[in-house]
Design a protein. Structure first.
Length: 256
């Protein structure tokens, strides 16, 4: 039986790209392509995949350079799949089927430009990819229930930022964009706690700010959010911290 699998090829302020393979059959797609081609091919090669043979669609969360470089905007856009009536028959539709067994639904997020999250479903398995948002709109929350994996932004740590500001290392003006348009560790933890259920297998943390957060702080926040829940319910869930400079291991889900 094929299993849903995915890999974060890299994530952070300098570039973002993820590979998803809902049916585990070699037919996959990317969410964002914010790295040079050589870096993306290297990341795919690490999981025995390549762009030409295994990537059949590219979904873009939003059109900032760390998610869609300027040189690729003639090829891809935020509407390059969902704006194609040959692929999405209903004009302005937000659901697309990469295969008869899988479905991708996009939902709005809160950023300084149009931005979307994605729910990927295949044979009872549900995975959400959420990045570059200051909040989760009420209309989007329904897509984050019953997940087997949550890929979620944890961009900044509020206490660390307060310390940096107090010590004069970071002016408030430099972090206003981060506060308005990116999830903090606390927001991430609150969301994880809200959507946790016994079927949740992975929480994958993405888009860490190198200056306003640390891997240790975001990991601690996620594990704390899960802690009481898993003690009470006896569930199992792994937290994976992604990196700007290297890919995560290939994550394979048990699923629904």
């Amino acid at each position: 039986m094929y299993k849903f699998r995915f890999c974060i090829l890299g994530s952070g302020s300098k570039g973002n790209a993820a590979y998803y393979e809902p049916n585990g059959d070699g037919n996959g797609f990317m969410i964002d392509i914010g790295f040079p081609d050589k870096r993306i091919e290297s990341g795919l090669a690490g999981i025995n995949r390549n762009f030409e043979d295994n990537v059949f669609e590219v979904f873009i969360t939003h059109e900032h350079g760390d998610h869609l470089p300027a040189r690729k905007r003639g090829i891809y856009s935020i509407e390059s799949v969902f704006g194609d009536e040959r692929k999405v028959p209903v004009a302005g539709g937000n659901m697309y089927a990469p295969s008869p067994e899988s479905l991708v639904t996009r939902f709005p997020l809160v950023h300084d430009t149009k931005c979307y999250g994605f729910l990927i479903e295949a044979e009872g398995t549900r995975v959400a990819h959420v990045t570059d948002t200051g909040d989760i709109p009420c209309e989007s929350l329904k897509h984050l229930l019953g997940l087997h994996a949550l890929v979620i932004e944890a961009n900044r740590d509020e206490l660390l930022i307060d310390d940096l500001i107090d010590e004069g290392h970071v002016p408030l003006s430099r972090i206003e964009h981060s506060i308005e348009d990116h999830f903090s560790n606390q927001q991430m933890a609150d969301l994880v706690e809200a959507v946790a259920w016994p079927g949740l297998e992975y929480v994958v943390l993405i888009h860490l700010s190198e200056s306003n957060n640390t891997p240790e702080l975001e990991l601690r926040a996620a594990e704390y959010a899960l802690g009481e829940y898993w003690v009470e319910r006896g569930g199992e869930c792994r937290v994976v911290v992604s990196s700007q400079d290297r890919a995560t291991p290939l994550i394979i889900l048990k699923g629904g």
